[in-house]
Structure formats: C-alpha cells, structure tokens
Ligand binder design. Sequence first.
Ligand code: ADP
Length: 470
Amino acid sequence: MQEEIAAMIKNTAAQVRARDFLWAAGISAGVGVVVLIGAGADWRVALFAWAAFLAALAVRYRLSSGRAWAQPVQRVVDMELGAQQAELANLRIARGVAMALPEPLFILDSNGVVEHANPAAEALAGATNLEGRHFASVIRAPDVFEAAEAVIETRDTKTVDFVTTGSVELSCRAFVAPLWTDEAEPPAPARRSLIFIRDLTSERRLEQMRADFIASASHELRTPLASLLGFIETLRGHARTDPEAQEKFLSIMQSQAERMQRLVADLMSLSRIELNEHVPPKDIVDLRKIAGDVVDSFAPLFERRGAIVDLVADETMSARIAGDHDEMFQAIQNLLDNAIKYGGDPAMIKLRIGAGAAPAVAGDGEPGQRAGDTASQIAARLGLSVDDLIYVQIRDFGPGIARADLPRLTERFYRVNVERSRKSGGTGLGLAIVKHIINRHKGGFQIESVMAGGTAFNCYFAPAQARAAA
Ligand code: ADP
C-alpha cells in the first residue's frame, strides 16, 4: 500500500514537472514573438501577441497555482487517511472481540511479555493492568509459557492442559498459537503469540461425577449379585438335601433380589427425573392432599414399625403448586421413609404443611446446623416474600445428623452409616431423588439438624398463582 502511494506521488511530480517545462518553453517563445514584433512589426500584431501571452500566463496560473499539484496529493492523502481509518476500525473490532470474549485471552510479545489481556484474563490472573508484565509472573503455568515461546519459532499451534494453583484449583486448557501481524507475516517467524484459555473445571467435575456414579452403581449391584450367586452355588451343592438351610438361603436371596430391584427402580427414577429436570411441571397439585395420601399409604408400615406420624396442615392457606403429582408423592414418601428408618426407635414424626418459613428444629426459633438455602434466600431467588412460600416439613426427633455429613446427604450413594442404610433397605439414592424433584419444581431444599434433637427436611415451593404469574 505504502509503495503504491510513493509511486503515485513520484509519477504525479514527474508529470507536473514536464508540464511546467512545456509551459515555460511556450511563455518564452511568446515573449520572443512580442519582442520581435515590437522591434518592427505591426502594433496590432504586437497587441495580439501580448494578449496571447497574458492569456497563456493566466491559464498557466490557473492550472499550476498549486491545484494541479495539490489534487493528486490530496487524493493520495485521502487514500492514506481512509486506509488508516479502516485499519483503526478493524483494530477496534479486534479489541472489542477480545474484550467481549468470556474466556481469557492473552497476547504476548516474543519475550513473553503481556501486550494485551482481556477482562476474563485479568479475572483468571486475579489482577488488573497485566500489560507489560511477564506471562510467567501472571499465570503459574510453565508449560503454557514454554508453548508460547515454541509456537513463535515452529509456527504451529499447541494445546496445553494445566491446573491453576491458588485458593481455587481450576482445570484449564490453553490454546497457544503464533500471531502474525503486518510487521512479520508467514513464512517469517511470528513476533507475537496468542493464548486462549478455557476453564474445564465443571466439565471435568461432571466427568468425574459420572464415572464415580457408574462405579458406585456397579458396586451397589455387584454386592447383592455376588451374594445371590454364592447362595445358588450352595443350594446346588451341600444344601441340596437340607430343606431348612434351603428355606433360610432362599429368604436371604429374596431380600438380596429385592434390594437389587429397589436399586434399579431408584436408578431409573433418578435418570427419568434428571432427564425432565429442565421441563417445568404443567399440572397444579395440592401438597396437603398428596401428603395425606402418602401418610395413608404408609399406615401399615407405621403400624409395623410402631412409628407415630402427626400430619399438621394449615387449612387456612392454599397448598397448591405447579407440580408433578407422582414426583411430589415420591419426594414426600422418601423423606417419610427416612424418618421412619433413621428418626429414632420408634420414630415420632411431624409432617407439616404451611406457609412462610418452616419451624426451626432447635427451640425458640434458634436454628440447628443446616445445609441448603434459608427460606429468605429461596424466596429472594423466586422473587417472592418469605410469607408467600409453601413448605413441606418432615421432622423427626431422632439422633440427628452431624454437621460434616449434612451438606453431603443429597449426593448419590452418600450414607452416614452404610451398614445401617443397607439393613433398613436403603439404596443411598433417596435424598438425591428428592433434591432433583425439588430442583425440577424450582423449589428449595433445606436440612436442619440438632444432635440428639432430631432432623427437619424442609421443601419450599412457590404457590401456584405466583408461578403462573412469573
Ligand atoms: P438411604 O437409602 O441410605 O436412606 P438416602 O439418600 O435416603 O439414602 O439418605 C442418605 C443418608 O442420610 C442415609 O443413609 C442416612 O444416613 C441419612 N439420613 C437420611 N434421613 C435421615 C434422618 N431423618 N435422620 C438421620 N439420618 C438421616
């Protein structure tokens, strides 16, 4: 571009100089004629020659008083300015793109000094004004820095996985590429490198969770399966002629098969609920009615276990929410089942349906140890006041749950006491299912417990009208 402009200026200058030369030659010839005529020719001819000379001068003045010269120069300057403005606009777009990128982007010079870092890069580094600092002092990822040095020479791109150190560990992937600008273009070595970083922490965590889940599910299934196979062998072997042993083993086999059945049913429930988690329920259900139905369906079990359940439902309020009947039934059923299993022997259970914040476990409204959001946090998230919330509380007066276990209870297969859970027919998936059901209903789940004072599982929902209005 610059060579083109230089050639244009050179050409124009040559043309103007040639024209000037011709004009000068013409003028001097005119003056000569005037002098000649003045020396003896007719005065009219001399006057005519003089007028011609004046006219020629005027024309010459008009053409070369700077305009003839200025016009091409002006054109050149306009072109140059236009090109510069276009380049500036491109630069602004490139800068805007880098600033808007939600992922960290660094541009380093050939010495590894940061020339540009976007806001996401500053957030990753935990510092601002990174320009002028050496990359190695900004992010502790020697492999990435080495890659940035290498790509300038090799002109290849590189992908480097690294983990950030510091208060939060992040699993990241850096895409490192040579960056050619106008000063040096391929095949010359690049003078800059570009580092684009993606945070893969949540993806990695999900992958890990999935792998853990499959491992746990297989392990849970393998145990009863191994036991079944063992008993089949025994029945075919030395217990073949022992009806008493046969009866005993068959009863154990039945309970192991039932355990597998429960596990498969819970796994299927969990996967179905997860699949639908982003589809809001369409029906309107009455939580008071569902809670009553669950209690009725549990009556034989309560009797068998000597448990006492007190259903306390506020009749003055509407307990209608946008919900899925079967899922709400399952959630309340799982929580009641747990209260019977773990809430003391025999269990004393209060199932409350009400509006606002659920009663605290500890006396005088003082909370015990908690996991999950508080009623006011849930209300704020739903854009409601606390009084608008509808809660279902399943409260027992059992031994309580230790603070360290509380936040982990809704993890799949997490159990405070594995043996106890297995003995009582637990799969370790009950609370995970409850949590996913509540998530699908855009509600909130809170567990509050006091050691030797009992535990409350509080499920909060927006009332049907509020959900419809939202
Ligand atoms: P499980 O099938 O083992 O009951 P859950 O997911 O339903 O699985 O519960 C996870 C664990 O939480 C249980 O194993 C138990 O240790 C604990 N837990 C659940 N409910 C209560 C409760 N009401 N009181 C004390 N501990 C409980």
